[in-house]
Design a protein around this ligand. Sequence first.
Ligand SMILES: Nc1ncnc2c1ncn2[C@@H]1O[C@H](COP(=O)(O)OP(=O)(O)OP(=O)(O)O)[C@@H](O)[C@H]1O
Ligand SMILES: [Mg+2]
Length: 453
Amino acid sequence: MTDETRRRSPLANPPAVSVGEGIVSALAVQSLYKIFGNRTDEAVRRLATGAPRAEALAGLPATAAVIDANFEVRPGEIFVVMGLSGSGKSTLIRMLNGLLRPTKGSVRVDGVELTTLKPAALRKLRREKISMVFQHFALMPHRTVLENAGYALEVAGLPKAERRERALDALRMVGLQEWADKLPHDLSGGMRQRVGLARALAAGTDILLMDEAFSALDPLIRREVQDQLLELQAELGKTIIFITHDLNEAMRLGDRIAVMRDGRIVQIGTAEEILTDPANDYVAQFVADVDRTRILTAASVMEKPQHVLDVNAGPRVAAKALRESQTSVVYVTGPGKKFVGTVTEDEVLRALREGRANLDGYVSTERVRTVTADTAVADLFADCAESQHPVAVLDDRGRLTGVIPRITLLSALASVAPDEPAASDEPAAEPTAVAPSSEPADIELVVGKEMPA
Ligand SMILES: Nc1ncnc2c1ncn2[C@@H]1O[C@H](COP(=O)(O)OP(=O)(O)OP(=O)(O)O)[C@@H](O)[C@H]1O
Ligand SMILES: [Mg+2]
């Protein structure tokens, strides 16, 4: 998954409500509550103390669907809201486009406060800025696929020719242009859902809200439409708030994921952050069965490379590095810190004997495989097996950012197997290019991390 956030910050857990300097959020929610029933103000007051929902509302004729939600969604991000049935997902998303009025709190879309808008202004904002894709497609059975795709434009009062053109464009995007004149019942479930998506795309809004949009589809079709959404998203860069109760779907699609429980958001983070650092036991149990090797990346299991030498370093410096690190290989970088290869003891000795001033000409690219930092752990095995020394992890500019000794990968695996007890807390202590260091490593290891029982 190409995920900016994850690449930028594979391990750190950013604060839930920070969008980062200079970036304007597409959508921002602050202290948002939705209480159904009566005495809602009293309910908010009690819930604001942080008390569990059932306890706080005991004796009140009120249901708390969303409690103190805070988050911002970046432009171009797929922000997934995940939670079990009844956790408040639909209520939350319906407040984001003003279909439901919050009991308390703020919703800003492109900086505009939604909660104070009059109905006409709200309808305008929904037309121009936010579209919604529903679970059951909400297609009109007696209208053609094309008319369904252009429905939002019809409501907006656009002339027929323009409607037709934009709807056809949107159908093309989802691969259904050939079906424009058919009726919905001629289409399979997956195709109908794509018409629903086309309708939202035809509206041309920057923000898409998708409430369990793919949940009614069977698993294979569902994967297909997920792929299609990711492809479209790479092209269009919409801001998408995607609701699901399916963890694997959340992990596949989400740049970031908000986990809801009993009306509260209990964690916001990338898939990797949620897996490696669940906020509480509930989240840990929720993610216990996920195939981590598909989510975790090289960046999350790599170790900090130490004793990296510049190609201009002399053989004496290299010999010293080898001695200190107690290894038989050193990693060598060239201009711009780009990884160029490794040198072994033998080559360093040869350079010394031959009286060379630097390592140029002695560096080999053969012994060590390289991978990029966002390579899934599942895809590391072949490289680790075939690499004579720890695999080199490179960033997108080819710079050496870490190394993965085989033993580290194995330990990481042990700690990700759902049925196994947690791996030992011992750091990987095999002789590798990474010298045992007394300094705290600034790359946190997943190795040995406690797994939920
Ligand atoms: N109009 C309403 N009146 C009263 N209670 C409501 C209303 N809408 C939702 N609720 C309650 O609010 C809570 C959250 O419901 P919501 O539909 O937002 O959950 P959800 O996470 O979308 O669930 P699902 O996965 O089943 O769609 C539930 O307890 C629900 O019964
Ligand atoms: Mg729902």
